[in-house]
Write a new protein. Structure first.
Length: 366
């Protein structure tokens, strides 16, 4: 296995933001409305705080093995056979996550833009672009993500400019009209939107900062940017539509963009969807990269080559996408992925941190 070059804290920030931002930006207000109503923004805010706790857990875990990435030190904690199984599970999880994001955005593009274009063509184009990027090193991915941050800024700007037109703050009142239970239930629903910060599992030893606290600061800032992005989207959508309307419109944000008119700029929704392809592609290539690295670490001396694993993942994802053509099947897969995210991004790192502490493996440099 090739040794990774170091990246800066700023590059890590860009990578994490790109990994977190995905199709949830478009669908989160719709999904959250069915659980939390107009208090979705509050659920999203609390989910961001939960994600911050998850970041600190991974930071603590990585601090015990500062010279190794997650896939390399898992066998040190639980032994080689179980460690290989854990890496296999993570590899499959990230491959499925990349496929899911691709399928969801393909479905959105198919319904809003390319109505008569065959689905497999859109799917193949997205997979090929993301797969080609995923064959790169962590440093190259970080450089690409820094460039793609421009599209994240432009997307947020378009959302704010279009969204403030015709909003009604009264739609948010009363806050907590049904109590805390729907809001807390919505925290679980919204958590998957923040998944992506777990990139730190692999990237931890390759981030060059003046101190490990600066690494944590970079992760915190990335999560804060994503939190602001998601909360802004949910607030704008909640102030623009009733709960019944949000339940009926799968992507309310695109509906807002579509109905906003500028004399000098037409079809803002199309412009947004084109810009956002870059953000979605970045999310997918991070997942494919993480999956390939997990499969490479099935043996301590390495198993295969990164580009071989990436194109194998892309091939299987394309074949899987040909069968998952119904929207309901994609949403069912999304529900499964939500549960896996809780287990693999929150619960398992906690368990590994506890086992590492009890066995006294690793060394803490925090």
């Amino acid at each position: 296995m090739k040794k990774e070059a170091h990246i800066t804290g700023r590059q890590l920030l860009s990578l994490v933001v790109m990994a977190q931002l995905g199709t949830e930006v478009l669908s989160l207000p719709h999904v959250g409305a069915g659980v939390s109503g107009h208090d979705t923004w509050l659920s999203v805010l609390l989910s961001g705080l939960v994600a911050q706790v998850g970041i600190m857990l991974i930071w603590w875990l990585g601090g015990r093995y500062p010279a190794c990435n997650f896939y390399a030190y898992v066998p040190l904690i639980v032994g080689k056979p179980i460690g290989a199984l854990v890496n296999l599970v993570y590899g499959c999880y990230y491959a499925i996550s990349g496929l899911l994001v691709t399928l969801l955005y393909t479905d959105i593009l198919k319904r809003w833009l390319f109505v008569v274009t065959p689905t497999w063509i859109i799917l193949l184009m997205l997979l090929l672009v993301s797969g080609f990027a995923a064959t790169s090193t962590l440093k190259k991915l970080a450089s690409i993500s820094q460039s793609f941050m421009f599209f994240a800024y432009v997307s947020l700007l378009l959302i704010v400019i279009s969204g403030v037109y015709g909003i009604d703050v009264k739609n948010l009142l009363p806050v907590l009209h049904a109590g805390w239970y729907p809001v807390m239930k919505g925290v679980y629903t919204a958590f998957s939107a923040y998944v992506g910060y777990d990139l730190l599992l692999y990237a931890y030893p390759y981030v060059k900062t003046s101190s490990k606290k600066m690494l944590l600061l970079a992760m915190t800032l990335a999560n804060a940017f994503t939190l602001v992005f998601y909360v802004a989207v949910c607030l704008i959508c909640s102030m623009s539509f009733s709960v019944k309307q949000l339940n009926l419109i799968p992507e309310p944000l695109i509906f807002i963009l579509k109905n906003y008119q500028l004399e000098i700029l037409q079809s803002i929704d199309i412009l947004f969807l084109i810009f956002y392809v870059c953000v979605v592609s970045a999310t997918v290539y991070v997942y494919f990269f993480m999956a390939a690295k997990a499969f490479l670490h099935l043996r301590s001396q390495g198993l295969g080559k990164q580009h071989g694993w990436v194109w194998t993942i892309v091939s299987f994802c394309f074949l899987g996408g040909l069968f998952l053509t119904k929207r309901m099947d994609i949403l069912n897969l999304s529900s499964v992925q939500d549960r896996l995210s809780i287990i693999l991004v929150i619960l398992l790192p906690v368990v590994l941190l506890m086992i590492s502490g009890l066995r006294g493996t690793g060394r803490n440099q925090l």
